[in-house]
Ligand binder design. Structure first.
Ligand code: GLN
Length: 204
């Protein structure tokens, strides 16, 4: 059985665990570096990226998470989790993990609309996906090998770059588990590891 971790420091942890379980995999809460051992993949949930970053430092997880990223095992960042993965966070001098070749901007959908739902068309997923956005970031640009999977309102809201998957919204807050299943299907796919490690951004 596939073992999928969820970084369990803050945010929508329980919902991701339910979604992983609904997809027939084993879900593991990750709080300490040792919890990363023997996982096949890892999800960084939505929440508040600055709070999560503080907790990552406090629990000594920064280097272990970067090492996990280097193993080539799939990592999925949703909303704040995407911000943690991104190589560039607009307006911040340094990224957090800085492993996924995308640039993101926080709180991208206007102050008044803190949260909203929208039906999305996603490459690789058949039919519309009703997505929940909460003070969501968007992807401003992607690296040369990234695949844009979804746009909303002229903005990139989901992309895949090598073994990293990221989205602006909260797929775990609905009963629709197709995005979690899509992520689980990335386990064991080594083809992306053959890509050269470049980090040039291309404006899309
Ligand atoms: N705006 C939050 C941040 O910057 C992300 C919001 C979310 O994860 N729902 O971390």
């Amino acid at each position: 059985m596939k073992r999928v971790g969820v970084l369990a420091l803050q945010g929508a942890v329980r919902e991701h665990i339910q979604s992983i379980t609904a997809c027939g995999a084993e879900a593991v809460s990750v709080k300490w570096p040792k919890d990363l051992e023997s996982l096949d993949a890892l999800i960084l949930p939505g929440g508040e990226s600055t709070t999560m970053r503080r907790l990552i430092d406090r629990y000594g997880l920064m280097e272990p998470l970067r090492e996990f990223a280097e193993t080539g095992k799939p990592m999925f960042g949703t909303c704040a989790g995407l911000i943690l993965l991104a190589k560039t966070v607009i307006g911040r001098e340094e990224s957090h993990l800085g492993v996924m070749d995308v640039a993101v901007e926080r709180n991208s959908f206007g102050r008044q609309i803190d949260s909203f739902e929208a039906p999305l068309t996603i490459n690789g997923i058949e039919g519309a996906f009703e997505a929940v956005f909460i003070r969501a970031p968007h992807i401003v640009s992607v690296g040369p090998h990234a695949e844009v999977l979804c746009m909303h309102d002229g903005k990139i809201v989901m992309a895949k770059s090598g073994h990293f998957l990221g989205c602006s919204f909260h797929p775990e807050l609905t009963e629709d588990h197709r995005i979690t299943a899509y992520f689980l299907s990335m386990i064991g796919d080594k083809s992306d590891l053959l890509l050269p490690k470049t980090s040039t951004y291309s404006k899309v």
